[in-house]
Ligand binder design. Structure first.
Ligand SMILES: [Zn+2]
Length: 183
C-alpha cells in the first residue's frame, strides 16, 4: 500500500512538471507564431504581380551564419553603414534592389536618385506592401525606420525631404540590400 501511494505521488509530481513545462513553452510558441510568422502579401518583380509569401523568421545565430558581420550589424542590429562606403550608393545600373536577408524585392533602379548623402536613396519602394515602417526615437531624434516586410530586416529610414512626385527620401543601407541586374 505504501509503495502504491508513493508511486501515485511520483506520478502526480511528474504530471505537474509536464504541465508546467508545457505552460512555459506555449506562450513563447504562440507569440512567435502570431507576431512573426505567417503569410505576407508581397509584390514580386519576377512574376510581375502579388504573391503570398511565408514570413522569414530566424534566430540571431542563424542570421550570423548567412550574413557578413557588416550585413548582420545593419540589418539585424539596426546599424548604419558609413556614408559613401556601401556598394550601391553610386550604382547606376538597371535592376532590382532586394533584401540581403531574404531576397524580398525592395526598390527599382528607376526610383533611385542622387541624394548626395552617400547612401542609396529612392523616392518610392517597389510596392508599399514590401516594406514596413515604424517610429524610431533612438539617437535623440524622431525618425521613421524602414524594414523588410518579409523578414523584418532593418533597411534604413524614410524622410520627407525627397524629390517629386512623392517628396519622400528612402535612405537605405547598401549592406542591407543586394542588387540584381535586370536585362
Ligand atoms: Zn527581408
Amino acid at each position: 500500500m505504501r509503495i502504491f501511494v508513493n508511486l501515485m505521488f511520483i506520478m502526480l509530481f511528474a504530471t505537474v512538471i509536464a504541465c508546467t513545462g508545457k505552460t512555459t513553452q506555449a506562450p513563447g510558441t504562440a507569440a512567435s507564431g502570431s507576431a512573426q510568422s505567417g503569410k505576407v502579401k508581397l509584390y514580386s518583380a519576377t512574376t510581375k504581380g502579388y504573391i503570398m509569401s511565408d514570413k522569414v523568421v530566424k534566430s540571431p545565430g542563424e542570421w550570423r551564419t548567412l550574413l557578413t558581420p557588416e550585413q548582420y550589424h545593419v540589418s539585424r542590429e539596426q546599424g548604419t553603414e558609413q556614408a559613401f562606403t556601401g556598394d550601391t550608393w553610386n550604382n547606376h545600373e538597371v535592376g532590382i534592389y532586394q533584401c540581403v536577408c531574404c531576397g524580398n524585392d525592395l526598390y527599382r533602379s528607376e526610383h533611385k536618385y542622387e541624394s548626395g548623402t552617400g547612401w542609396p536613396s529612392f523616392w518610392q519602394p517597389i510596392a508599399p506592401e514590401n516594406i514596413t515602417t515604424r517610429a524610431d526615437n533612438s539617437l535623440f531624434s524622431r525618425r521613421t525606420e524602414v524594414l523588410c516586410s518579409r523578414c523584418d530586416a532593418h533597411l534604413g529610414h524614410v524622410f520627407d525631404d525627397g524629390p517629386k512626385p512623392t517628396g519622400l527620401r528612402y535612405c537605405m543601407n547598401s549592406a542591407a540590400m543586394k542588387f540584381v541586374k535586370t536585362p
